[in-house]
Design a protein around this ligand. Structure first.
Ligand code: ADP
Ligand code: MG
Length: 243
């Protein structure tokens, strides 16, 4: 199948640190790719390069039939199509849930108040928070705040969603509600690239698991293979430390 997103030879340095060595990653439409690996292995950097939050130093990224690493690409359009959900939800505390979800629709994409509201409410509905649309983040639990974060990305009607440790900032009892929202997105065939330490979830939702170490993709495969019969010593060592 033709990939919807294709990164070839992308790398990223910070001063003398190689955060990401030249790496390739293709994502098929409807595919769920989970990135795992130790802290500092380049997972966030790879994810952030995919929607140009970090412009890669080398290589090329194709999204649908467009090369998005070329000069003059419309970054707002790219980030609308390739949505991102962060570990820290980054909601505006003085705005309601709906206000947070509709902000980019109004300011960046210039939708009318009415259209933004309709889209925003539909997105909140999808994460099960339509009733709480008028609540401020301070009156929502961490799990609800992260679901607003997901709704904010969904409201832009993305073709792909990137998740960077979406449950790592949450108390354990709030993790499940966020993972169920992500499972529902998988069920309706949303294409997703997810960084997570939730290995049970990874095994359950991933079509493909990618293991990274020291800025490089070491090994990848379907979860049933990668988790039970990894071929690379570094993958085995990482997984054995989690068991
Ligand atoms: P992970 O998400 O797997 O924990 P990161 O992609 O965040 O890894 O980081 C990979 C490496 O790049 C680490 O050594 C990290 O310290 C470094 N790094 C990441 N972002 C920056 C930055 N903005 N400035 C300097 N170094 C960075
Ligand atoms: Mg990270």
């Amino acid at each position: 199948m033709t990939p919807i997103l294709s990164a070839q030879g992308i790398s990223r340095h910070f001063g003398s640190i190689t955060a990401l060595s030249p790496s390739d990653l293709d994502v098929a439409p409807g595919e769920v790719v989970v990135l795992i690996g130790p802290s500092g292995s380049g997972k966030s950097t790879l994810l952030r390069c995919l929607n140009l939050l970090e412009p890669p130093d080398s290589g090329e990224i194709r999204f649908r039939d467009q090369c998005i690493t070329e000069q003059g690409v419309n970054l707002d359009q790219v980030r609308r199509s390739i949505g991102m959900v962060f570990q820290q939800f980054n909601l505006y505390p003085h705005m309601t849930a709906l206000g947070n979800v509709t902000l980019a629709l109004r300011r960046v994409h210039r939708l009318s108040r009415e259209d933004a509201r309709t889209r925003g409410m539909a997105a909140l509905e999808e994460v099960g928070l339509a009733k709480q649309h008028d609540a401020h983040p301070g009156n929502l639990s961490g799990g609800q705040q992260q679901r607003v974060g997901i709704a904010r990305a969904l409201a832009l009607d993305p073709d792909i969603m990137l998740f960077d440790e979406p449950t790592s900032a949450l108390d354990p009892e709030l993790v499940g509600e966020v993972l169920s929202v992500m499972r529902r997105l998988r069920d309706r065939k949303m294409t997703m690239v997810i960084v997570t330490h939730e290995m049970g979830f990874a095994r359950d939702v991933a079509d493909r698991v990618v293991f990274m170490n020291e800025g490089a993709i070491i090994e990848q495969g379907p979860p049933e293979t990668l988790f039970t019969a990894p071929t690379q010593p570094r993958t085995r060592e990482f997984l054995s430390r989690l068991m």
